[in-house]
Design a binder for this molecule. Sequence first.
Ligand SMILES: *Cc1c(COP(=O)(O)O)cnc(C)c1O
Length: 426
Amino acid sequence: MDTSRDEARRRDAADPLRAYRDHFYTQPGTIYLDGNSLGLLSHDAERTLLRVLEEWKTKGIEAWMNADPPWFTLTEELGALMAPLVGAEPDEVIVTASTTVNLHALVATFYRPTPERRKIIATSLDFPSDIYALQSQIRLHDGDPARDLVIVQSRDGRLIEEAEIIAAMAPDVAMVILPAVYYRSGQLLDLARLTAAAHERGILIGIDGCHSVGLVPHAFDRWGVDFAFWCTYKYLNSGPGGTAGLYVNRRHFGVAPGMAGWWGSDKTTQFDMSHTFTDAGNAGSWQIGTPPLLSTAPLHGSLLMFAEVGIENIRAASLARTDYLIALIEAMGLTDAPYHYGIGTPRDHSRRGGHVAVEHAEGTRIAKALKTKGVIPDFRPPNIVRLAPIALYTSYDECWQAAQHLKAIIDERSYEAFPIGRDLVA
Ligand SMILES: *Cc1c(COP(=O)(O)O)cnc(C)c1O
């Protein structure tokens, strides 16, 4: 492999998405590799946020109906715009609340434990919020999380084999909740296979798409996934705490939402103010209250960009970047002594998400040393420095520079200047 900087620059010059970098606010002297935690602001997202602010300024309450597009139906409109990213029909996706709230709303709807079937499957590598939500939902249903939450264990702390999840799908399991991509290793699960296996056994399946929506194409309808939820502030660049996404397969339309609110009403009768709930009859039913418009508006501009680029092109550009970064780290000898970096992310494209999990025993201090060099990674315990080259705005040259810094930090032992332990927000 050609490890020269010229080669990185050649790749940038040939990159089909290179024009999109200028859509984003990048900072000179900063190499931002944390777009899998908080995506950068684009001019497109800023424009739609400013549009809504202006509408508030000039129209006040009238903007619910008279804004362009009207605020009253914006979350439905954005759901429709996001549907192609997850392989759904427009009315199966809604923009609402947050990931964790949507997980609660969906499990509160679809988890109907019986004495014979009351277990929920999750895995040892899951994001903690998902586990807390499932534990509390089990308690709300008079269950015991120690008994009813089945945690499939990872053998190596990085990956989970689909076959092991399927092996846990016993007759007493009601539901399985899985991420599409694991937040630490970046492993992508085979959701088609897992969905088919769950359904053969009469088990419902719900997917957490936080680390996959806006990165990997999904086919929720074709696979038959029952429901899904995801955040929009990572790969979809909607801004900190941006309003989340929710999918419900249309075969479940009309099921009463477990955490109902007036925003789940049929739009035509919502303002009748009746005490009888009339369900929207689509994914919109799982909305609870008034959407936070200012946290929703940036998503509009962002999704228009995704529609223009196409998720297949984003996926190809992401894989090309992670391929390059992994190959560079290896070709520079950084996985050998004295560097001892490990790559925890699967090499196989069909199993890889959007970041490279760089493992090192000194991971926390290396992450801090990278920041002082202007490289923004993040750190996840116990030893993972996550580097996410984002298709729309990370250049190959930035990947190249990041790899040089990984090398220099060990050569110079500069990480030793930092205290051991992670920051409060890592
Ligand atoms: C980021 C992330 C969340 C965050 O949930 P919030 O409700 O937005 O705080 C949940 N699950 C996974 C897998 C995540 O990656």
